[in-house]
Design a protein around this ligand. Structure first.
Ligand SMILES: Cc1ncc(COP(=O)(O)O)c(C=O)c1O
Length: 450
């Protein structure tokens, strides 16, 4: 057992990397015809066979209501972070894009990507609620902001529309399924309302759909006939179903193989309207050299098209994460809930249609709230690290940077909690981590009542 336990790390444990499968995929380079293609600059949209494989795989996983996903909707990227930066380069202009809305608590590393794109003073939080997003809060803030903007006169674009085609007035960033950090999943009605709002206010919804594939039953039920309730529709699916083929649309699904293959591959995909995909592929860094991560894309194509990737997800990742999840939940229930800690991951997003359908949980994280009598989550985290060699991500880390109102809201809600991750440590280490936290909380509770 490792002495330091880190429940903050959102990385898969190294033993879960499909190294052998990747080594087998790399052997394709021994064919000179394949090597010639794999080692040359790739096409701007990405390696075409891989785009086909991704489109097919996403179609079978999501079963989109508009039918199979055509290759024109798929772009190969260097992962979700790289692609977020590319999206901003192409579809935002700090003079025209007036606000970046981030669902809070937010994936904190995304804030820097927005700051780098010139939006340091424009980030604004939109609180989650049990259904995944406080849509009325967003509606009011948009209306208020648009009124104020209309009083301030016209701003001149930095990026000429003749070259850029489409600059969005607002951007909203979110992880609607198994969110990082809150583990919440947005309900279907809220997703539908969000699409309508995006149309009304010219918002580009950037949806990090990076955890969707890791899902298992919330409860341990043994019956054979039980099946998982379906995924809620992605924002891109709702957008596609209600817009014309030649429109820009208002959403991008930002996917990544970091969580389901290995972070080092730095490969992901974007799905959006063909118009958005084509424009995104024409950002300067891509036209100078082709799609990012071309060589690794060819390896991942081998994994995907041979079925090795899905086998790895089904036979290694899901069983491992599911067992760790159950151990974590049992430890939280027996050791922390009696101390007043609550699991706060929102309403389950699907009501089982019948007794044979079961609600899924998934992703990498759960979120807990500490009882009010304790010091701040930051203080608890500091003492956990110093006195118990236990690290976890604490609530204040997930405020939207530069938004004072987000800091204030955090004090009434998510700031008073912690994100716990099961991707890095084994079951016994997770249990040990929760025991250490329980010991610390007992001391803090005693100190508080002394
Ligand atoms: C919501 C979210 N988006 C993006 C990333 C990073 O993805 P990538 O490795 O593809 O850049 C992470 C990783 O923690 C994440 O949780």
């Amino acid at each position: 057992m490792s002495s330091h336990i880190n429940l903050q790390l959102g990385w898969p444990s190294p033993r879960l990397y499909p190294a052998e499968q990747l080594a087998a995929a790399a052997a394709i380079l021994s064919d000179p015809d394949v090597a010639k293609v794999a080692l040359m600059y790739g096409p701007d949209l990405g390696y075409a066979p891989f785009r086909e494989s991704v489109a097919k795989w996403l179609t079978s996983f999501y079963e989109p209501p508009s039918g199979s996903i055509p290759i024109e909707r798929i772009l190969i990227t260097g992962g979700a972070s790289q692609n977020l930066a590319s999206i901003l380069q192409v579809f935002s202009d700090p003079h025209i894009t007036r606000r970046i809305w981030m669902v809070e608590p937010t994936y904190f590393l995304a804030c820097t990507i927005f700051q780098d794109a010139g939006f340091a003073d424009r980030l604004r939080g939109v609180p989650e609620n049990e259904q995944g997003l406080d849509i009325e809060f967003l509606r009011k803030e948009l209306a208020k902001f648009e009124y104020e903007a209309s009083q301030n006169g016209v701003f001149h674009e930095i990026k000429p529309s003749s070259q850029y085609g489409k600059i969005f007035r607002h951007i909203l960033y979110l992880t609607p399924t198994f969110s990082n950090p809150s583990a919440k999943t947005m309900s279907t009605p809220v997703r539908e309302q969000l699409i309508a709002l995006a149309r009304e206010y010219d918002i580009l919804l950037i949806s990090d759909d990076v955890y969707d594939f890791l899902r298992w039953p919330a409860e341990d039920r043994k019956a054979h006939s039980i099946k998982l309730a379906p995924n809620p529709p992605r924002l891109v699916d709702l957008d596609r179903a209600t817009s014309s083929d030649d429109s820009w649309g208002n959403s991008i699904s930002n996917g990544s193989f970091s969580k389901i293959v290995a972070p080092g591959v730095r490969v992901g995909w974007a799905e959006a309207s063909p118009k958005i995909i084509l424009r995104l592929s024409q950002n300067g860094a891509t036209t100078s050299g082709g799609a990012p991560s071309h060589l690794t894309s060819t390896f991942l194509d081998h994994l995907l098209s041979t079925g090795a990737m899905q086998k790895h997800i089904d036979e290694v990742l899901i069983p491992t994460y599911q067992s760790r999840y159950r151990v974590l939940m049992a430890a939280l229930k027996t050791q922390l809930e009696p101390l007043g800690v609550r699991i706060t991951t929102g309403a389950p997003y699907t009501i089982p249609a019948d007794e044979n359908t079961i609600v899924p949980v998934g992703g990498f994280f759960t979120y807990i709230s500490f009882p009010p009598r304790l010091p701040s989550a930051g203080v608890i985290a500091k003492r956990a690290k110093e006195e118990y060699q236990l690290t976890f991500a604490y609530g204040e880390m997930f405020v939207v940077k530069g938004d004072e109102t987000s800091v204030e809201r955090s004090k009434q809600g998510f700031g008073n909690g912690a994100r716990l991750c099961w991707a890095w440590h084994e079951q016994d280490e997770i249990e040990e981590g929760i025991s250490r936290l329980a010991k610390l909380l007992k001391i803090l509770l005693a100190e508080g009542s002394a």
